[in-house]
Design a protein around this ligand. Structure first.
Ligand code: C2E
Ligand code: MG
Ligand code: MG
Length: 242
């Protein structure tokens, strides 16, 4: 397994604020296999727990060596939420790496809440007590329930990349603006995913979206490339790109 890191930038000034850890499988014959191919199989077979342990541990250990202003964001599977020891697993990774918990964000999807909302709420509250942040990933693809956003202890909201990718008219822009407004009203940090063009960035700037990720800003990078980028401390020049 390999971890790649995709930088997340603050849209107002182009400063990198953190990065999302994205797992890949380096297969001896088939090359680098994307997570969409093997995560579902890992979930079905139960291997997801040991895979995810490795991801959380490696992400925290890498990020502990980054400058302190950068956070790391890790994806969790809904199936992990049902297992009893998620809190202990996260706690262990924090402890082993020595990273400040506030620099770690866990990304979960709505599916986590669908099956057992009270159980998920309890678990999220316990995770929050460890000091980590929690973001809702892929917002807009499922039920996009307002009540989940309101009543669960989320710190951030990630707008699914399908919104930017399928941008055709002013309706879509209004929807993005509405989601950003919703996030603001609920005091959530709103991140747009899938920024692929200067037009996307212009739009997000115009609606004051907080943070963004996407191929136009940076692709997911292997550890060496990511470390080089961090060392260079080069901000994305939002003005010249827009
Ligand atoms: P995600 O959490 O929504 O991650 C963002 C995905 O969008 C990543 O795909 C990233 O490479 C891709 N992406 C980023 N910018 C752009 C862009 O501008 N355009 C387009 N078209 N795509 C962009 P990736 O790495 O293939 O990951 C896919 C999904 O696999 C992730 O979606 C996440 O749900 C899951 N995943 C990745 N790593 C892990 C992991 O360690 N654990 C678990 N449970 N799931 C993971
Ligand atoms: Mg994610
Ligand atoms: Mg996403």
């Amino acid at each position: 397994l390999r971890l790649h890191f995709q930088p997340r930038y603050r849209i107002s000034d182009g400063e990198m604020v953190g990065a999302e850890a994205l797992v890949r499988w380096q297969h001896p014959e088939r090359g680098l296999i994307p997570p969409d191919t093997f995560i579902p199989i890992a979930e079905e077979s139960g291997l997801i727990l040991s895979l995810s342990d490795w991801v959380i541990d490696t992400a925290c250990r890498c990020a502990a060596r980054w400058p302190e202003h950068l956070f790391v964001s890790v994806n969790l599977s809904p199936s992990e939420f049902k297992r009893g020891n998620l809190v202990e697993r996260v706690q262990k990774a924090l402890h082993h790496s020595g990273i400040a918990p506030a620099r770690v964000e866990l990304e979960i999807t709505e599916n986590v809440m669908l099956e057992d909302a009270p159980g998920a709420l309890e678990l999220m509250r316990t995770l929050k007590r460890l000091g980590v942040r929690i973001a809702m990933d892929d917002f807009g693809t499922g039920y996009s329930s307002l009540s989940y956003l309101r009543s669960f202890p989320f710190d951030g909201l990630k707008i699914d990349r399908s919104f930017l990718n399928n941008l055709v008219g002013s309706d879509d822009e209004s929807i993005i603006q509405a989601i950003v407004g919703l996030g603001r009203a609920l005091s959530l940090t709103v991140t747009a995913e899938g920024i692929e063009t200067a037009e996307h960035l212009t739009l997000l700037k115009a609606v004051s979206c907080d943070e963004g990720q996407g191929f136009f800003l940076s692709r997911p990078l292997d550890t060496d490339a990511f470390n080089l980028l961090v060392k260079a401390r080069k901000n994305i020049d939002i003005k010249s790109r827009v």
